[in-house]
Write a protein that binds this ligand. Sequence first.
Ligand SMILES: [Zn+2]
Length: 320
Amino acid sequence: MTPRVKNDFPIELTAPDITAYKVGNTGVDYVTTLDSDTPGPHVMVTAAVHGNEICGPIALDYFYQNDLRPRIGKLTLAFCNYEAYLGFDPEDPTVSRYVDEDFNRVWSEETLDGPRQTQELIRAREFRPFVADADLLLDIHSMQKKTDPLMLSGPLPKGRELARGTQVPEIVVSDHGHASGKRMRDYGDFINPNSPKNSLLVECGQHWEKACGPLAIETMLRFLAHTETLSAEDVADHLGPTPPPQRFIEVSGPVTIITDNFRFVEEYQGFEVIEKEGTIIAYDDDKEICTPYDNCVLIMPSRRLGPGGSAVRLGQFIDG
Ligand SMILES: [Zn+2]
């Protein structure tokens, strides 16, 4: 069970019942691959990497309910940490993030091939062949705080390119992940600049806010249309208005927590722009944590402030 954290946010979304998707067609629970029998890429959309995040299951459920099918290539739809997700309780919503450890920090070869046994590693090991085979991945998430949705496009220009093609959300953040372990979106060739394989991780808003579900659906459909898995006609009746131009942020790095006495000087929500270099934003025990440059953007400040974790990411707006 995940350590409980304070929650001030109402539960406006209903977690869909996903048990009908347990027995797919791949031999692995909660993983289904739809084959168009036409040449094309293996595209994958993943949900519930974190069990307390509901918008991804809402998007996959929407895909199934609307009888959509891939036009080219193959499409794999997966509920990743379904065990954690099945434990979601609206009365105690923060504790179902994972069973033993964060599913999205175990994706280095060393960890996957190593001796550790946890629920998440067992699941990651059985799911790994799908991740390794996928050409294009969209991994759907949500956030602790009510900040603007964002696309985490990874460290490479090709990630920004895929985010641009997907068109939503408006803010695209290029980043390198966390010191505490590799994310699924950074597995293998996804972050090889010489490989055409590519991946995105979308953060659709606060975990349980109403707008988070529709944005997950919109992002999934625009991603699938951009990759030509679905046709423009398939998605036309499902999409919102033409989105505004995107804005791009490059992250210089996360602030990795050292001690168990880390605190921010203010309750940051995310996307605050700190004008002056050297402004103190937090203390890690006695150590001052300062902004490293002018106009520093704070991205996804965390409420889970334990040693080894990322407290916040720091970045700057760039030309896309
Ligand atoms: Zn997540």
